[in-house]
Design a protein around this ligand. Sequence first.
Ligand SMILES: *Cc1c(COP(=O)(O)O)cnc(C)c1O
Ligand code: SF4
Length: 334
Amino acid sequence: MKNCHQNIHFNSNWQNELANAYTDPLVLLHYLQLHEKHLPYRIAKSADFPMRVPQSYADRMEKGNPYDPLLLQTLPLISEQLEVEGYVADPVGDLEAIVSPGMLHKYHNRVLLISTGACAIHCRYCFRRNFPYSDSILTRSHWEDYNDHLKSHPEINEVILSGGDPLVLSDTRLQAIYNNLDNFKQIKIIRIHTRVPVVLPKRVDSHFLKAIKQSHKQFVLVLHCNHANEINHQVVDAISSLRDHNIILLNQSVLLKGINDSVEALAELSEKLTFAGVLPYYLHMLDPVQGAAHFAVSEHRAKDIMTTLRSKISGYMLPRLVREIAGKSSKIPV
Ligand SMILES: *Cc1c(COP(=O)(O)O)cnc(C)c1O
Ligand code: SF4
């Protein structure tokens, strides 16, 4: 079955697959041979933060399983509409950290660029699900401002491309960002935070890699993978072509109730990532963003899981359990 799907999509490019992503929960459920009336939860048929699932990601979901960990990351539920105390629109203080539109400077030596508001997938637990992208995205008209910020802060040696997901930008746009940074000697590292090589691996194509090869900077790519089932052989291939280009590969995950909140799930994820050439970097506590409370894992349970995990896998496979607290000078170890 799997192989036959791969063949169907083999000829379409990544933009096509993105344009044809599932946006209607009922259509995705139908594809997965699930019936709305038999589900153990209630889905939201329309949501402010709509569903978005590329076909290649849907192909990795188990048919007939309403608890599939990939499905649960992407399916809009009625429970998102609950108002829960402490769950807010901007849980990590992003808005206070904006130094010019699209540029966040929270930590000493690194700035983060909101390069786009778009993503290849919509993750229901996303801490930027309510981010006011329309007035806070990096645009060409603000390049002067952000170059000025770099010039007046010589301590900045790393620029992080985030979003949204920077890999939904065209290669031309990415190349323009790299070219601009090549003018800055102080910048040693371009870091890309992206979920795309995991959810839409065909995006890692020769054009994308060529732009990186032409830049003079060291690239670090931080993937975002939450479950071992997300890693199929196309993802492994994408990772290996990134490695062939001397890109340092790390992974960050979010600890999510019902998805990866067990020692077994996290051990399998760490092993699979490491065998593919990606080192686990962070395991984030859920940011208390409005609409995501049903994914929360308590700190007590998170620590218990980590203690057992530490005894089961090699030290270098263990991600750092952290939480982000608005106003702090780094992510905070739990
Ligand atoms: C998380 C984050 C970073 C990166 O922090 P690291 O600990 O270096 O991974 C940088 N800038 C902002 C605004 C962030 O939220
Ligand atoms: S890909 Fe990243 S930014 Fe986009 S919805 Fe998912 S977690 Fe949020």
